[in-house]
Design a protein around this ligand. Structure first.
Ligand code: NAD
Length: 376
């Protein structure tokens, strides 16, 4: 069988789904690999590097699709490319099928088998296959770096002949994968870090990084679903959170927000009033911008200044670290593909939990229950 690697066509996307470095372990499955010319160029991976590792370079996406049995992408394919997929070929990407029902229908009409990696279950065996985690690691790190770059202050405590400077204060809201990485990065730069998450289990992880966990005097009921994601709360609860978070924001030089709830808009946790009480020059990086943002003043994709507070709402931050973000993604794909081969033959383990949970369409038939419900 042949694995096809396409160039990402979404504007501003520098990553690529498969990097040359990972090809040797892909070839070990007995796969051949063909790559669209220029696919990795924006991430610093040139055609020659793929060629060196045994891939065949083809001039266009259509040529790749004609030859590929399995196609890997980060973003789902463009409409004009879908028609060029060979019947019964397999697509692996981050589809977010519930948000793209029309696309799901088109992929099904093309008689494809489609796996969506955003649906990977949160079990330890699947950790190495999970691009949501791997890309959040990148964005959590970069968010703190963006904040440090914008903040007109030192992060560490400094004792110098010209005076002593206290450490900067960082407050992180949402201590999931991205939040924990932002905490770790802030700690490495010597900042004092406090963090809050609605899931009480996050406390231990926050503390293990040398940060202080902030207990707000409200407890959410029913905070976590079976897969470890936070559940949505009532507007009344969020309103209380907003009030309690004001005091934390007042003290902070940097606020990083990462609070997300799958399938719904990000909760608004930082009110305009909180921003107004922050110190001049302080910085907010809102990693929930893609889902509308955790701060009421965030403008997704933009940096705004309100009352001398700088609010970044970055989109697709992982793309700004394309070489390593792509490497992580490629390793996720390589690990996921281990469920596809037996003795170098394509033989998908249909009974496997990870395969079942990520499978959206099987040979043109939509099989994912949530998607089917949403379509009816
Ligand atoms: P996420 O990106 O969906 O959300 C980010 C964080 O925001 C979460 O920690 C969530 O609890 C928090 N949050 C949501 N609403 C909030 C609110 N109102 N106030 C404060 N915080 C709020 O989640 P994530 O970062 O992808 O992961 C969450 C958890 O799942 C982590 O503990 C992570 O370690 C675990 N996880 C496990 C696996 C695995 O075992 N394979 C994979 C990925 C993540």
């Amino acid at each position: 069988a042949t694995l096809g690697v396409l160039k990402e066509k979404v504007p501003g996307e520098n990553r690529v789904a498969m990097v040359p470095e990972v090809l040797p372990s892909i070839l070990k499955y007995g796969l051949q690999v063909c790559v669209e010319s220029g696919a990795g160029i924006n991430a610093g991976y040139f055609d020659e590097m793929y060629d060196d590792k045994g891939a065949k370079i083809l001039p266009t996406a259509h040529e790749v699709l004609k030859n590929a049995h399995i196609v890997c992408l980060i973003h789902p394919p463009r409409k004009e490319d879908i028609a060029h997929f060979v019947e019964n070929s397999i697509l692996i990407s981050l589809l977010y099928p519930l948000l793209h029902l029309d696309l799901v229908k088109e992929l099904a009409a093309q008689k494809l088998t489609v796996f969506s990696l955003d649906l990977i279950p949160r079990i330890s065996r699947a950790q190495s296959m999970d691009p949501l985690s791997s890309q959040s690691t990148v964005s959590g790190y970069k968010a703190l770096i963006m904040a440090a770059n914008t903040l007109p202050k030192f992060l560490p405590m400094l004792t110098t002949p010209a005076g002593t400077i206290p450490p900067c204060k960082v407050f992180v809201i949402g201590a999931g994968v991205a939040g924990l990485q932002a905490i770790a990065t802030a700690r490495r730069l010597g900042a004092l870090v406090e963090a809050y998450d609605i899931r009480p289990v996050a406390k231990e992880q926050v503390e293990s990084l040398g940060a202080k966990f902030v207990n707000l005097p409200i407890t959410a009921q029913d905070v976590e679903d079976r897969s470890g994601y936070a559940k949505a709360q009532s507007e009344e609860f969020y309103s209380k959170q907003r009030q309690l978070i004001i005091d934390q924001c007042k003290k902070a030089d940097i606020v990083i927000t990462t609070a997300l709830v799958p399938g719904v808009k990000a909760p608004k946790l930082i009110a305009k009033e909180a921003v107004e009480m922050m110190k001049p020059g302080s910085v907010i990086v809102d990693l929930a911008a893609e889902q509308g943002g955790n701060c009421e003043l965030t403008v997704p994709g933009k940096t705004v200044v309100q009352n001398h507070v700088i609010i970044h709402g970055p989109l697709n931050i992982a793309s700004t670290m394309a070489p390593q973000a792509s490497l992580f993604y490629s390793k996720n794909i390589q690990s996921f593909l281990s469920l596809f081969f037996k003795e170098n033959k394509l033989s998908i383990q249909w009974e496997d939990e990870i395969i079942q949970k990520t499978l959206v369409i099987r040979e043109g038939k939509i099989v994912n229950e949530k998607v089917l419900n949403a379509l009816n």
